[in-house]
Ligand binder design. Structure first.
Ligand code: KG4
Ligand code: ZN
Length: 344
């Protein structure tokens, strides 16, 4: 089966052609993305209107490129997986309208994909993980723990009460004068810095219920920089701040993972799957792998928003295909399907 994956929920336009079969592990035939990050830097974050216009500009050239790289025509595509929730309204609409157009032209069924499930299930692109597993999803928009018992069943255990971990990296980076999005640069700078140079707090440290909070660490960084602006002038101390700041975020995730494992019966036997853009973080991957026995991190190329994870999730959930895609609407705010849409 050939699945076209379309991802446009935020600032990345990403298209993928994925081949799957009964006896075959998923094969990415082509994956091409454009990130409007550089264009958005001027604004210090995502501007939905600008991101949507960029998707509109890039989606057709990226699709053409994917088709020619994979040597496939539109008629050979068996289904279209498209992010339909959650995300930004304008950007989501651009991707869905592209999917609907192809669907109407070629009578190809659409499979609307929950972006969050797709982030975690991207693990299956490269690893054979069995259900159930404990999903750790850390991205720019979300931070949550999920009990995943099948490709159709995701139960949220706990989440952040304020900022997402990725927001802590990005907003922290802004305070430090780094370019948006700052996660990758903080990761790289941290490798040159000392993790215990500065103290940063861990939100809800003793809550024992898995809830997280990442806004306090950012406020603490703001106060530090306001009190001692000189520390930003020196590369070595900037790297030290990055390392200490990143360590507080990583330590918080480690502590909360332990709490969540204790909350679920048989939690310590569950494999852990780490996904989402923040899962690219080298220190987070290292610390979680050292602290827990069965940690499976999504490959970095499939961690940040990409069309392969969308195609992969659609390929794993054929029961979610919609027969009358013209009526399909996006659902920008809904994070989860309340009950499984799988047909019995
Ligand atoms: O999953 P993603 O591409 O978009 C959302 O669905 O939100 O995640 C983007 C987030 C950004 O906040 C970015 O700073 C963060 O992932 N990120 C990282 C790293 N690479 C990307 N954070 C920490 N370390 C990294 N190496
Ligand atoms: Zn994402």
């Amino acid at each position: 089966m050939i699945t076209l994956g379309i991802e446009t929920s935020c600032d990345d336009t990403s298209i993928c052609l994925l081949s799957t079969g009964l006896e075959q592990s998923p094969k990415v035939l082509s994956l091409n993305s454009f990130s409007s990050e550089k264009l958005l830097r001027h604004w210090g974050g995502v501007v939905p209107e600008i991101a949507a216009r960029n998707h509109l500009d890039k989606i057709t050239p990226l699709l053409d490129l994917c088709l020619s790289e994979a040597n496939i025509t539109l008629s050979q595509i068996d289904q279209i997986g498209v992010t339909s929730f959650p995300g930004l309204l304008g950007p989501l609409l651009t991707g869905l309208n592209a999917a609907k157009t192809i669907s109407l032209l070629k009578k190809t069924p659409i499979n609307p994909v929950n972006h969050l499930y797709a982030h975690l299930e991207a693990i299956h692109l490269t690893s054979d993980i069995t259900y159930p597993y404990l999903g750790l999803l850390f991205s720019g928009g979300h931070s949550l723990f999920c009990h995943v018992s099948s490709e159709y069943n995701f139960q949220v255990i706990s989440s952040t009460i304020d900022d997402a971990a990725g927001e802590a990296f990005d907003k922290g980076g802004k305070i430090l004068g780094l370019d948006y999005p700052a996660g990758k640069e903080i990761d790289l700078r941290s490798n040159q810095g000392k993790i215990d140079s500065f103290y940063f707090p861990i939100g809800l440290k003793n809550s024992k219920d898995g809830r997280m909070s990442f806004s306090g660490v950012k406020s603490s960084l703001r106060r530090l920089v306001e009190d001692r602006p000189d520390i930003l002038e020196n590369e070595a101390s900037l790297n030290d701040i990055c390392a200490s700041y990143q360590e507080a975020i990583v330590e918080a995730i480690k502590i909360k993972t332990k709490e969540v494992i204790n909350l679920i019966p048989g939690g310590s036997d569950l494999p852990i799957v780490l996904g989402g853009g923040v899962a690219c973080n080298s220190r987070l991957r290292q610390v979680l792998k050292k602290s827990f026995s069965n940690v499976n991190a999504v490959e970095p190329v499939y961690c940040t928003d990409n069309g392969a994870m969308i195609a992969n999730y659609a390929a794993r959930t054929p029961n979610n295909q919609i027969s009358f895609p013209e009526s399909l609407k996006i659902d920008a705010r809904n994070r989860f399907i309340s009950k499984s849409r799988a047909k019995k």
